[in-house]
Write a protein that binds this ligand. Structure first.
Ligand code: SAH
Ligand code: SF4
Length: 346
């Protein structure tokens, strides 16, 4: 995706005005490097062009509606798109890291039964510009601290909006754009196997996480409708392809749901399934959503982790962050202050 494809409305204004071709580069740098949100801030552009752009191609594609701050320092951003959809983005501080968790769709079509985004259904894909801009706004907000990592783990299934997601990640990675190293960017998918293979073939060293959540086929179908389309053996074939092709670590996300997928037999089956030294099991406890599930206790989650390590798995238990503002994994539903979807999804 080149600058003109990333910024089609800007391109249209430039063409209409017969502007010289270097203008696009200046504008691209202003948005992705200087992080301007208003064309008046792009002081290297002539006033007439600033005005024409403000009219036909606003510098901010997203309107920032609200920033919520959690007691642990996590920040949640509620944005509106220009056509009135609400989306959320989260910034998680951890020691020297500043990780931004971004959304790729308005809602999600995958319908995982424990996920607040899944309850919304899908409205539309976000554009590359809207995906990348979430990071630009966070970066401006936390300056002079810097965004160190980006994870595509917010609202939506990134592999169902593949081109726009990759386009946005390339802009974030571009040394001439935002300039974040590819190894500091990770994408999470519920497990679309063709797209995992395609992702493995991309030249950049982006990381990948696959949401597994149980090693058993029937259980996976019960909580993740996508499992009806791709069996676990098919998923593991794609996983093997990814590590063979990239030699990169591959993460398996595993949300511990009390009494559902947190028993010793799950650890034992995982130890059989995750049989590659580059596989890493990322455990997290269920964050509350109104879906009827409950979280495995901290003590049980620790026991699960220890047993997994005993059986030879490389595994970690990720702490939940930002729960008091509904900013943790799976809690993004772009609600207004009364707890209703900020824009009705129906
Ligand atoms: N759609 C992608 C990425 C966004 S979800 C995916 O599903 O992988 C990011 C992670 O949060 C996924 O592993 C998802 O299964 C997990 N998740 C969803 N709801 C959750 C919840 N309520 N508690 C904990 N994790 C949850
Ligand atoms: Fe969509 Fe991921 Fe939520 Fe499943 S867990 S509904 S794929 S956002």
């Amino acid at each position: 995706m080149n600058a003109a494809e990333f910024l089609p409305d800007v391109q249209a204004v430039l063409e209409e005005r017969n502007e010289p071709s270097y203008r696009m580069r200046q504008i691209y740098r202003a948005l992705t490097g200087s992080l301007v949100r208003d064309w008046e801030e792009a002081t290297n552009l002539p006033r007439g062009l600033q005005a024409a752009l403000s009219e036909g191609a606003p510098a901010a594609a997203l309107t920032l509606e609200r920033v919520s701050l959690a007691t642990d320092g996590t920040r949640k951003y509620l944005f509106y798109t220009s056509d009135g959809h609400a989306i959320e983005t989260v910034m998680i501080p951890e020691k020297a890291r500043r990780t931004v968790c971004i959304s790729t769709q308005v809602g999600c079509a995958m319908g995982c039964t424990f996920c607040a985004t899944g309850l919304l259904g899908i409205k539309r894909n976000l554009k590359a510009r809207e995906i990348a801009e979430q990071v630009f706004v966070c970066a401006r907000d936390i300056a002079p601290e810097r965004v160190s990592n980006v994870v595509v783990m917010g609202m939506g299934e990134p592999m169902l909006n593949y081109d726009a997601t990759l386009g946005a990640l390339r802009v974030l990675n571009d040394p001439d754009g935002f300039g974040l190293a590819a190894r500091h960017i990770a994408v999470s998918t519920s497990g679309l196997v063709e797209k995992i293979r395609r992702f493995a073939d991309e030249p950049e060293q982006f990381h990948l996480a696959i949401s597994l959540h149980t090693p058993f086929e029937d259980e996976r179908r019960g909580i993740m409708p996508v499992a009806a389309h791709h069996t676990i053996p098919e998923l593991m074939d794609a996983a093997r392809y990814f590590v063979a092709r990239t030699r990169r670590k591959l993460f398996f996300e595993y949300t511990l749901l009390a009494g559902v997928n947190d028993q010793p037999r799950h650890v034992e089956a995982l130890a059989e399934l995750l049989d590659h030294p580059l596989y890493h099991l990322n455990l997290l406890r269920f964050n509350w959503t109104d879906t009827g599930f409950s979280a495995t206790s901290k003590a049980d989650a620790r026991r699960f982790l220890e047993y997994a390590r005993e059986l030879g798995l490389s595994a970690t238990l990720r702490p939940s962050r930002g729960q008091d503002i509904d900013a943790a994994c799976g809690q993004l539903a772009a609600k207004d202050l009364r707890g209703r979807p900020a824009i009705p999804m129906a």
